[in-house]
Design a protein around this ligand. Structure first.
Ligand code: DGL
Length: 271
């Protein structure tokens, strides 16, 4: 039994998709969440910048005595995961492998779509993982750079003409490629599930990178004997690098919990 918390981070709100799953499947665990809201979006940045940010995010989280880290960010997972793992001795789970595995279990026609940030698509990491696991799979990928700023601004509800127009422009060509499975390879995108499934239609299964990584973390904790006492109720602490109010408002909506006055702001430049 190990009662130490799990660290989870993302550039902003996206990692909450993993937090929501963790709260459901590992309710006994304590979580420390960091959203780097002062520097979001990460998705268009250079590899070196992303590695610098990721190292700082991990250093902040490791100011707590953690048992594991979940990189709930596709952009950091596709560009910096192996370096973070080599520099830190604790288990670190990313989002790429778990979501690719899931997509390959789900697809029937072996035509898998992947949408993610520019940096993730540029890295080719999702595509490489899918092909490594199944050389016959056809992969259609596309970056959706406007999704993250729109999510961070709370434009996530059906009926919002801006997000619906952007979604149609990005997704209709993917739908017309005849994919039956779509990996939401950026953890912000599941906040747009209603909008995305409306464009893609009922025959396309959506795979959430954040959710699948939560399942992977559960397997890992079990295998390493790191689970907390299952009879207890875990708690979550939230930290951001910019205004807490905006984060709390959208995070409360998404997690269906009242987070008012609970998030704390930190200075990420100190790490
Ligand atoms: N949610 C992150 C991802 O999964 C980062 C998005 C961004 O900041 O651009 O890629």
């Amino acid at each position: 039994m190990d009662m130490r918390p799990i660290g989870v981070f993302d550039s902003g709100l996206g990692g909450l998709t993993a937090v929501r799953s963790l709260r459901q499947i590992l309710p006994e665990e304590n979580l420390i969440y960091f959203g780097d809201t002062a520097r979001v979006p990460y998705g268009g940045r250079a590899r070196e910048t992303l590695l610098k940010y990721a190292r700082q995010d991990v250093r902040f989280l490791r100011s707590f005595d953690l048992k594991a880290i979940l990189v709930a960010c596709g952009t950091v997972s596709t560009t910096s995961l192996s370096t973070l793992r080599s520099e830190n001795e604790l288990p670190i789970v990313g989002v790429v492998e778990p979501s690719c595995q899931r997509a390959l279990t789900v697809t029937k026609n072996k035509r898998v779509g992947i949408i993610a940030t520019l940096a993730s698509i540029r890295s080719g990491a999702y595509e490489a993982a899918l092909r490594r696991m199944d050389p016959e799979v056809e992969v259609i990928s596309r970056s959706c750079p406007l999704f993250v700023p729109l999510v961070e601004n709370g434009r996530i509800e059906p009926g919002d003409v801006v997000i619906e127009t952007v979604a149609r422009e990005y997704l209709e060509p993917m739908r017309d490629e005849g994919i039956d499975t779509l990996i939401l390879g950026c953890t912000h995108y599941p906040l747009l599930t209603k909008i995305i499934s409306h464009v893609m239609g009922p025959d396309v299964t959506l795979v959430s990178a954040g959710e699948e990584s939560a399942f992977e973390l559960k397997r890992l904790l079990k295998a390493e004997g790191l689970r907390a006492d299952e009879s207890r109720q875990g708690e979550a602490e939230f930290y951001v690098s910019d205004r807490v109010e905006d984060f709390e408002r959208i995070a409360s909506l998404f997690l269906q919990e009242d987070l008012r006055h609970t998030a704390r702001r930190i200075d990420i430049d100190q790490y």
